[in-house]
Design a protein around this ligand. Structure first.
Ligand code: ADP
Length: 514
């Protein structure tokens, strides 16, 4: 017996499909990676932008504050120093300076660390005669322009008054002084602002250093924070892939920070459980469906052989056996139909064909289909239907859902074979269909799962109405597509009540009649 070694056409086909899926997945991953920016970069950008903005705001605020304080201080100092220099000049030339005003003015300049000049009304420097800074023509020129400002500032002020103003790159104190007779000279005391400029430069340099430090800190911070966030996310992504490949044992919990991540892990765990349930149910569905297909097929084959070999001649037996074959074929057909219905409705292929339905009449029509169990097997229906209740729904699909619910009640009701069906208005805009049986009821833990595909509490139940185990899942899908509220109440030993709430359509009558 030679092993095929995986060379069969099916195997090759399977391998091929897997390869295609892998390729698609790779492409998808690539696309995802392409189109998104990494969290690390985003965080870094945010941190950096934030610190940058903070540094700028801080820098500007500091500059403004320092500039103001410095200028105020300068004005104050000038006010004081200017006053003292003025007094000194007006007191006359001390003897120690040997009759040289220039030397005295230079001395005052040095003493107060300011620039002191005495100018005439034309802006020409009178003293010091050979000022150390005024070697250049530019400086004299500047004073000729400056004198205009000085005169303007002093204009209208008393003879003894002074003015302080901000010039270009310096603060200036000016006042009139009378050294010879009535013609005033102008005392010009300037305090340069170069200290301010140098401290501003220093502040800018400090801000740049601070920005570099912040850059490094935000790099470190963002890599730490993004590591804290992305490591668990990457871990979860890896696990999600494993889950997608059918590993239902993955646990999404792990070392993680932040309630949101924990919540995400919990949701993923929940999704895993649901997927695992669906997977299990799907496997069961296949097993059950194959089993349910096999039973009638075996019967059909058996009875067909019997007709062929034994009962063919005997008309009575032949007809009995042929009837069994027909019945079993019907069962097969209804199973196939249910499966098709369910998959069509679930996949959304089957559109809802909404129309106004006189539900009261409609339920009576459905009940008529149960006449055969009433007549042949002694089931008793207690029916209480209010008339004239209209709703808007898909007649075929709702009909099937209600039929399934009534069929189940018949199947699972108690020995007394009683089923109660009612249709009653329960609110201004709503009426309720309910079907009640007297059976064993449904255990609380089973109440939520009976709506799942192919769930059967017990396989051994004998049913007067054929069931494929898909009945309630069809009901669920149909009602959910309609958006109708439905449910079940059940008490062990007493029975169950399944109900559906229908919205009332009132304008139907007027539309019809009008
Ligand atoms: P089935 O063909 O098995 O009836 P359904 O989907 O209609 O399939 O029902 C699913 C399961 O729910 C049933 O197998 C049964 O265990 C339970 N069930 C449904 N209706 C009733 C009921 N009226 N009373 C008790 N159990 C019920």
């Amino acid at each position: 017996m030679a092993e095929n070694g995986g060379g069969s056409p099916e195997h090759k086909e399977l391998k091929n499909q897997k390869r295609i899926v892998r390729r698609q997945r790779r492409r998808q991953n690539y696309r995802i990676r392409q189109s998104t920016t990494s969290m690390f970069f985003l965080l870094w950008a945010v941190f950096f932008a934030l610190s940058f903005v903070v540094i700028i705001i801080y820098g500007v605020a500091q500059r403004v504050a320092v500039e103001r304080a410095y200028k105020m201080q300068t004005v104050e100092a000038l006010h004081e120093e200017g006053g003292e220099i003025k007094a000194a000049v007006e007191n006359g030339l001390p003897e120690a300076f040997g009759g040289s005003w220039s030397a005295y003015i230079n001395y005052l300049s040095a003493r107060y660390s300011v620039e002191v000049y005495l100018l005439d009304g034309e802006g020409v420097i009178v003293f010091p005669r050979n000022p150390h800074q005024s070697g250049e023509d530019g400086k004299e020129q500047a004073f000729q322009e400056e004198i205009g400002t000085v005169l303007e500032k002093l204009d209208g002020l008393l003879v003894t008054d002074y003015a302080i103003y901000e010039g270009s790159g310096e603060y200036v104190y000016c006042t009139r002084v009378y050294l010879y007779g009535d013609n005033p000279l102008y005392l010009y005391v300037a305090e340069p602002l170069d200290f301010l400029q140098s401290s501003m430069q220093e502040m800018t340099a400090r801000s740049i250093i601070l920005a570099v430090i912040m850059f490094v800190i935000s790099l470190a911070l963002s890599s730490t924070v993004s590591g804290m966030l992305t490591t668990p996310i990457a871990e979860m992504t890896k696990k999600a892939r494993e889950l997608a490949n059918g590993d239902f044992d993955v646990d999404f919990h792990g070392k993680m920070y932040g309630a949101e991540l924990v919540e995400l892990a919990e949701s993923l765990n929940f999704a895993r459980d649901e997927l695992s349930k669906t997977d299990k149910m799907q496997k069961e569905l296949i097993a059950n469906v194959s089993h349910d297909f096999k039973t009638p097929l075996t019967m059909i084959k058996g009875y067909a052989s019997m007709i062929k070999e034994i009962s063919g001649e005997n008309k009575e037996k032949r007809e009995k056996h042929a009837q069994i074959i027909v019945d079993e074929a019907d069962r097969l057909a209804s199973l196939v139909n249910d499966l098709l219905d369910l998959s069509k409705i679930r996949s959304g292929i089957a559109e809802l064909n909404l129309e106004e339905i006189d539900t009261s009449l409609f339920v009576r029509e459905i009940l008529e289909r149960f006449d055969y169990v009433k007549d042949t097997q002694g089931y008793a229906f207690e029916v209480e239907i209010e008339s004239g209740l209209y709703t808007r729904a898909d007649r075929v699909k709702i009909g099937q859902a209600l039929y399934n619910l009534i069929g189940n009640a018949v199947n699972y009701t108690g020995e007394d074979k009683r089923v109660r069906v009612s249709l009653k208005r329960t609110g201004e805009n709503v009426f309720r269909f309910s079907v009640q049986d007297t059976g064993e009821g449904i255990k609380a833990e089973e109440l939520s799962v009976i709506w799942d595909r192919y769930y059967r509490v017990s396989e051994t139940h004998k049913r007067p109405v054929s069931g494929t185990g898909l009945g309630l899942s069809i009901v669920k899908v149909v009602l959910e597509r309609h958006g109708f509220f439905y449910g079940v109440e059940s008490e062990i030993g007493k029975g169950s009540t399944f109900y559906v709430d229908f919205p009332i359509v009132t304008d139907f009558n007027t539309q019809e009649n009008g």
